[in-house]
Design a protein around this ligand. Structure first.
Ligand SMILES: [Zn+2]
Length: 217
């Protein structure tokens, strides 16, 4: 299905299909993580929180207002609660023009953030797969911002806003959260999927290299 011909129903089905794919990769296990995608220029399809992500159906999705995060249409199942990532997802979409954002709890993202030490970013270089990030070459020193975890997901928002405004990270489509995971985005669901695959490969690569050479220099 091309992105342009995808109906809203198709968009919701694709979103749920990608959640199952991400679950199979251990990126959204234990009911953690999440995903959203633009429904149109003003509203966003968003998965619920605290549910088994591999079981989410199109009828379980919320429709929220992109600018305010307010719920425009809840799912019929009133027991569901919208993703706690709602304000973060909307902020990334609005400030970066993203059409889709995914939130990963992958172990590789946690271990990659550890490699940043006390720095505000993780520099990734010397990998062909860097070319899979839009606008990035395999010669780049690609800087991925790293923020501190907070007790509640929504409390990450201030740090995320600062990183999105920082021109040093204008080429990054990812923010790592220490001891927690990552937010990864793209212009639509397909680019978010590609970027998720690329960044998780990069996380695994830098962690594996650090294990081969634990005391570089
Ligand atoms: Zn999380």
């Amino acid at each position: 299905m091309s992105k342009r011909s995808a109906s809203i129903k198709g968009q919701a089905e694709l979103l749920c299909r990608l959640l199952r794919l991400f679950y199979d990769k251990d990126w959204v296990s234990g009911t953690g993580g999440g995903i959203c995608a633009a429904k149109d220029s003003k509203t966003v399809l968003m998965a619920p929180t605290g549910v088994h992500k591999e079981e989410v159906k199109p009828s379980d999705l919320f429709i929220v207002d992109r600018s305010s995060g307010a719920i425009v249409r809840p799912p019929k199942n009133r027991a569901l609660t919208v993703s706690e990532c709602n304000p973060i997802f909307c902020t990334i979409m609005n400030r970066r023009g993203a059409g889709s954002v995914m939130h990963s709890h992958a172990l590789s993202s946690v271990l990659a953030a550890d490699l940043a030490g006390k720095h505000d970013d993780l520099i990734i270089e010397g990998l062909e797969m860097l070319k899979g990030v839009r606008g990035v070459s395999n010669q780049a020193k690609h800087a991925v911002p790293v923020i501190q975890n907070t007790p509640r997901e929504r409390e990450l928002l201030d740090q995320i806003r600062l990183m999105l405004e920082n021109s040093a990270y204008a080429e990054s489509f990812c923010i790592l959260v220490r001891n927690h995971g990552a937010y990864i985005w793209g212009e639509d669901l397909w680019e978010a999927k590609r970027h998720a695959e690329i960044y998780h490969f990069l996380f695994e690569a830098v962690v594996a290299r650090a294990g081969q050479n634990p005391n570089p220099g």
